[in-house]
Design a protein around this ligand. Sequence first.
Ligand SMILES: [Zn+2]
Ligand SMILES: [Zn+2]
Ligand SMILES: [Zn+2]
Length: 334
Amino acid sequence: MNDTGDKSGQADQLPNKEHEEFGPYQTGLNTLYVSEQDVKDALLQYVSRKHFYRTAPAKHMKVRNLTPLNTYRYRLETFTERRETHWASELYGGGFVDSCAVAPPPAPWEIVVDPPPLFTDCEMHIPVPHTYSAENCPDCKGRGSTVCPSCKGAGKKTCSACNGNGTTWQEDVNICSYCGGSGKVRCFKCHGNGWLKCYRCNGSGTLLFHTELTITWKNNKLEHVVDKNAGFAVYRLQEVAGKEIFTDEHSSVYPIVNFPEPSINEGSRVCIEQHKMQFASECHILRQKQTVEVVPVSKVEYEWKGTHHSFYVFGNEKKVYAKDYPGKCCCSVM
Ligand SMILES: [Zn+2]
Ligand SMILES: [Zn+2]
Ligand SMILES: [Zn+2]
């Protein structure tokens, strides 16, 4: 029988964790996180970085309305560890070999290592103890040398001066002075040996093999942003930071069930399910963290020279999206 502890499927439907009270966080959606001066500064900075944008409208516009269109973002972070092994070889100059005769080699997950800080990507390569063995070099099959590819082992090549005939034609038939009439010359590459020192084992014929363990720690992220149809695509919010209002970190997290915005509960369920399917079989999940943020979005309606326009300021960084900015020049090089 399997144990019926935290990791069984049953526990997923029966969260044993007291969930936070989300009530007060709802107000975060209607908070205006920017002032009139903030949005003016943000727009001016935005247009001054763009070629072919005049700054006059940003400098002299009249702000008519500031509307908060903040939204929620859910993020799941799953910190995984993966262990893979492969054969590695190195030069062997004789001496002690830490083979399986010394002690049984540990299985990949039995090897104890210091993990990096949580939620940090990292890779480590470790030679597995007691997996060493000295064996014939596979490239030269233990001979220490390989057949010269230039002469294919013959040590000689066809003379290029006489094309292998041994004679040349100059007014009369002459013996080829280059090959002395044999039609063959010594191979330059192997100096006539027909063999070359094996590059891989440096001529020793033996290599020291061992199992190399590669451990990869990775912080895998999934996000779900609530689309409030604020007037621009929510993918733009990927670039910006928000204000964290909820965080939950455990060896494995349960879906959020009582957030006031149902789409966050659903996003949490889907993301957790997806990561479980993605990682359960081939990795160990070391830690999970889920956060909910309010991402500030403000719609700014303004007037310039009697015409009405709008733009958006979003994220803690106060990024700007201004599609109908009236100061765009039409003289761009297209
Ligand atoms: Zn050769
Ligand atoms: Zn010749
Ligand atoms: Zn070799």
